[in-house]
Design a protein around this ligand. Structure first.
Ligand code: FAD
Length: 394
């Protein structure tokens, strides 16, 4: 008999998990603290390792309808605007990895997952349910909300993000430690491509590297919108728990100074800015940090990372499909062994992605001689340096 699974958190990781498990005919109830299921207004890039998993979840057509398929990734110097390296994406990625490299609006991907979970119809979606307490026994798990409501199931998946309450169930010393606030801030904005001057419109991923900062721009929503992100080593903008702080170009440029002319024109054309304080955790050190007994963690609850490899949501989606594969058609009795197998299968890859993301931050933001060395390596190795076979093919 399929298991009855409680999923805490209805973000991209929680919904991908609910979808993957309900396709295996498990009963899955999702608990989201917000009054409605939703996502903030920003883009994410999803590499072929992730689109492949979304295709497995039956979302190939839906994804095609909402995504932009950028033609290339181009890395430039933020000061001079000169090109350092280029990686063809588009058909090149499909041929190389059997799945596309896409850019999506978070809300569009979230809606796609939500509709697919609803269509499965194998559980309930509960909003206004901020889970404050978790109790587990040999056979059961019980979650209770701050509103004094309680629910019981046979397994618990914690997908409650960076500030996970549920991860405190793990029997590892780091479970109760708060995330590390990195001192880096991301400013992000969206612009309708039709409202931009022709020279600023683009259907590729552009990255500009500057001392202690970088800027990324890529199309979303079928290419109609441009997502722009500036990440700088600057004092946290505000409440570290708030992913969506109001900000402005003035505030951004007080922290970063003005950019080279090409980037500056783009930043000035973006109609509004939101700020996001970046936090992470050290790379996972063992499988015990991803599961214990009837409790498993997915996504940022387990392995929050800086976004310098553009894979945080990607790893949450990989976790989701791996968890469902580990459980298969197993019932309540199989849950602890399946969750242990899941954690064993996932922790090293997640740890590597966390570590590589941190390393990318140091490379992207390099100054002085390190920056000159980086630029030379990029100019010499080009696509070979940008392509990540271990990641996209994994
Ligand atoms: C600037 C920036 C750019 C990024 N770009 C990319 C990218 O290009 N590609 C990529 O793959 N990733 C990217 N990421 C990373 C990505 O955003 C995260 O890794 C991803 O959102 C994690 O998803 P999640 O579902 O695990 O957690 P979250 O998205 O944090 O979802 C957690 C959910 O749980 C809910 N919740 C929390 N606590 C409770 C509770 N106690 N009870 C009930 N519900 C609760 C929350 O309301 C939320 O809905 C980026 C991140 C940043 C900051």
């Amino acid at each position: 008999m399929p298991a009855h699974i409680l999923v805490v958190g209805g973000g991209i990781g929680g919904l991908a998990t609910a979808l993957a498990l309900s396709r295996g005919h498990h009963r899955v109830d999702v608990f989201e603290q917000a009054a409605a299921f939703g996502e903030i207004g920003a883009g994410i890039q999803i590499g072929p390792n992730v689109t492949r998993r979304l295709h497995q979840l039956g979302l190939a057509e839906g994804l095609e309808a909402i995504a932009a398929c950028p033609e290339a990734l181009v890395v430039r110097s933020a000061g001079s605007g000169s090109e350092l390296a280029r990686l063809p994406l588009g058909d090149a990625m499909r041929q190389r990895y059997g799945a596309p490299y896409l850019c999506v609006h978070r809300a569009d991907l979230h809606s796609l997952l939500l509709e697919a979970v609803r269509a499965q119809g194998t559980g309930t979606l509960v909003t206004d349910a901020r889970i404050a307490q978790v109790e587990t026994s040999d056979d059961l798990v019980c979650v209770s909300s701050s509103g004094a409501r309680a629910w019981e199931g046979e397994a618990l998946v914690c997908a409650d993000g960076l500030w996970s309450v549920a991860r405190q169930q793990l029997e590892v010393p780091s479970a109760a430690e708060p995330p590390r606030i990195t001192g880096h801030t991301a400013w992000r904005g969206l612009a309708a491509q039709a409202a931009l001057p022709q020279a600023l419109r683009r259907q590729r991923v552009d990255v500009w590297l500057g001392p202690r900062l970088h800027v990324v721009a890529y199309p979303v929503r079928g290419g109609d919108w441009l997502n722009v992100v500036v990440i700088a080593e600057s004092a946290p903008a505000g409440d570290a728990r708030d992913w969506d702080q109001a900000s402005s170009l003035d505030a951004l440029q007080k922290a970063t100074g003005r950019s080279g002319s090409g980037v500056q024109a783009l930043l000035e054309a973006v109609p509004g800015w939101r700020a996001w304080t970046l936090s992470d955790r050290p790379p996972l050190a063992s499988a015990a940090e991803m599961a214990h007994g009837r409790v498993a963690l997915v996504g940022d609850a387990a392995h929050p990372m800086v976004p310098y490899l553009a894979q945080g949501a990607g790893m949450a989606i990989e976790d989701a499909t791996a968890l469902a594969e580990a459980l298969g058609k197993g019932g309540a009795a199989e849950v602890p062994a399946a969750f242990a197998h899941y954690a064993e299968a996932r922790w090293q890859r997640n740890a590597l992605v966390q570590a590589r993301a941190r390393r990318n931050g140091r490379v992207f933001h390099a100054t002085g001689a390190a920056r000159l060395g980086r630029d030379l390596a990029m100019r010499t190795l080009g696509a070979r340096l940008l392509d990540q076979r271990w990641l996209y093919g994994g």
